[in-house]
Design a protein around this ligand. Sequence first.
Ligand code: NAP
Length: 377
Amino acid sequence: MTGEYHFPPAPDSLQRERESIDGHAIPRKTHLAKRKNKPPLPLPSPTRPAPAAAGGGAARRHFRCARLPPRCAQLLLVGRPFPALRSAGSDCCFGIHPEKIMSNVPVAVVTGSNKGIGLAIVRDLCKQFKGDVYLTARDPARGQEAVAKLQEEGLHPLFHQLDIDDLQSIRVLRDFLKEKYGGLNVLVNNAGIAFKVSDRTPFAVQAEVTLKTNFFGTRNICTELLPLIKPYGRVVNVSSMVSISALGGCSQELQKKFRSDTITEDELVELMTKFVEDTKKSVHEKEGWPNTAYGVSKIGVTVLSRIQARMLNEKRKGDHILLNACCPGWVRTDMAGPKAPKSPEEGAETPVYLALLPSDADGPHGQFVSEKTVRTW
Ligand code: NAP
């Protein structure tokens, strides 16, 4: 379930009222008379359900802009999260122009951001990105805990549940972003897993589980969310330098395929599936694969990024979207352990740099980047 509040559809009478207001059919006087002497109820926080209002469900209480130039004639429905209301404009009685409410607030989403590098990326984006920043987590309790931690630092991330292994969870987020923001400006695909070297889980199981999240989960997110990316949007797929060393451990034939400028997403999916199948038959080494499930999963992420960037060039060239894969470096997190040299904040630097490439930048795009530097694939 998501941590967001989902309000029920308005009953028929309200739906009619909404339509007539959107169509400007309600005269100004009637509109103002209805509001007279009724101060607006406090609006709910974006991450909390609306408080129950006296005399009926809060989700069904409506307010309208009192100044009502025709463009402003919108219903504001209590119960719907309004992060935009934090910033005060002056165009309507809620201190904000309704256009800003639906789609003009830029929005950034970071996957797997309840801890580690993802959390550090959210922290940086809260400070530097001019818009709403969504911390997401598969476990809402862990996610809310992380949000509370950043709030203690004076930051204001929003929260949405997201399990990248769960297509339904991805689609709930997709629909939410579409409805509330009309798209997405920044997507950082950070969520990932790795078995510890000492883990005794059979290699074939490690391969299946690791590929499921790191490659197939990341791909599913991209399939659902890339169409939502707005012009000048930025997409960052967190891969690893291990993808480069694992590529070096592949057969010449596989290396050629993974370096190809014409490999398709379907072909890549076929190869990633074959790796998992080969490990089950214990023939992966004979078939030219390196002995690292994590490394192969990150080859998948890097090659996927190259393909996606190519597709953007072909289909949305004029939209100036920049999409890259990156390595955060070796970072002290639960995944990499306490001996790694970089702090999570240092690990966030390259992903955040790519997420905030200025609007007049025409690159990097379709690259593998570490230490803010393009690396040869
Ligand atoms: P981490 O501390 O283990 O954090 C991983 C994050 O991903 C956690 O929030 C985890 O959530 C989340 N996650 C895992 N599976 C998920 C799923 N199915 N859906 C949603 N979220 C999921 O690891 P990290 O070191 O910060 O790694 C972040 C990224 O950087 C990963 O992609 C990793 O491969 C990459 N990376 C790390 C290093 C390094 O040295 N640390 C180096 C190169 C690349 P839970 O708390 O629920 O498990």
